[in-house]
Design a protein around this ligand. Structure first.
Ligand code: MG
Length: 249
């Protein structure tokens, strides 16, 4: 099949997120990986009474609440909305806090997340070769677009993509058709000429199929296909396997 366009998921497709590279902190005698220590340092300027333990618990609670809301209809809960929940959990009144405190917290959070993202060395030359003959795009579920863009910028591949579509900005997450259609429209390509590449069968593959794209499932662990899900046309172990599919010459 000749694909004019190849669309990619971001995390665990183009970049690997390594949780064990997040800062290690001690919470109630237990060592955990979290950005809460950095957030606590930022928060201390405005709310010095908040302990690290409370900061960690509020961060966890804000994440759980965002995930609960996302599960209802795949609406994205942007980082600012999540941090409003964080303040609420800490009993802090947003109206009395410095107006840019949430942005400072989000920036501290995203700096640490970006450090935990690693871009495999072989991905850039591969994307450069693919970009010569195909329209490339990124479609990512992420609650803060600048983090996603900065990761691609740092990897030196941002300019290879016709469009980078992040759920934060579209308002809807994969597998919703809305975000796939936004990407197709912005890239100016048709779904039946587009291959979607991603690591999540339930999000990337199911969502791509629903809008009429073929899909390549990155499945390095040989996970079985869950019941009730249509198999993708391709199943690959690594992004490097993609070239033989889209540029068989
Ligand atoms: Mg992924």
């Amino acid at each position: 099949m000749a694909y004019g366009a190849v669309f990619f998921d971001l995390f665990d497709t183009l970049v690997r997120f390594e949780r064990d590279r997040l800062p290690e902190i001690e919470i109630s005698g237990r060592r955990v990986r979290s950005t809460a220590g950095h957030l606590h340092a930022v928060l201390a300027r405005a709310a010095p009474q908040v302990t690290l333990e409370e900061c960690y618990a509020a961060l966890q609670a804000s994440w759980q609440e965002a995930e609960r809301l996302r599960a209802i209809d795949h609406r994205e809960v942007p980082a600012r909305e999540r941090f409003a929940v964080f303040f609420q959990r800490l009993g802090l009144d947003g109206a009395t806090l410095p107006p840019d405190l949430d942005v400072a917290l989000i920036d501290a959070h995203r700096r640490e997340l970006a450090k935990a993202a690693s871009f495999p060395a072989h991905h850039r030359p591969l994307l450069e070769r693919l970009a010569r003959r195909h329209c490339l795009a990124v479609v990512s579920n992420f609650d803060y677009s600048p983090t996603a863009l900065a990761i691609l910028e740092t990897a030196g591949v941002r300019d290879l993509f016709a469009t980078i579509v992040v759920s934060d900005e579209v308002g809807w997450r994969k597998p919703r058709a809305d975000i796939f259609q936004a990407a197709l429209q912005r890239a100016g390509v048709e779904p039946h000429h587009t291959l979607f590449v991603g690591d999540r069968i339930d999000i990337d593959v199911v969502g791509a199929h629903a809008v009429g794209m073929d899909a390549a499932w990155i499945n390095p662990g040989h996970d079985p296909l869950p019941p009730g899900i249509a198999p993708p046309i391709y199943e690959i172990r690594d992004l490097a396997d993609l070239e033989a599919i889209v540029d068989p010459s």
